[in-house]
Design a protein. Structure first.
Length: 68
């Protein structure tokens, strides 16, 4: 009887650990999705910034060459 209770207790502990791991996995996946979205946003902002830099540098070189 004591052995059955010990086995049952271990099974319940294992089930609890499995549930906790599943929840942790779900949180990690959600964090990955959030980071992926942020990464895409930052790439878009970087492309926009690079475009603006190219635009400003292009205008600067045009202004410099017209002064000469």
């Amino acid at each position: 009887m004591a052995q059955q209770q010990s086995i049952l207790q271990k099974m319940e502990e294992a089930a609890g650990l499995a549930k906790a791991l599943h929840q942790e996995r779900d949180r990690a996946l959600e964090r990955i999705r959030t980071l992926d979205h942020e990464n895409r946003d930052l790439k878009e902002l970087l492309a926009l910034a690079e475009s603006k830099v190219d635009e400003v540098l292009g205008q600067t070189s045009v202004a410099t060459s017209t002064r000469v």
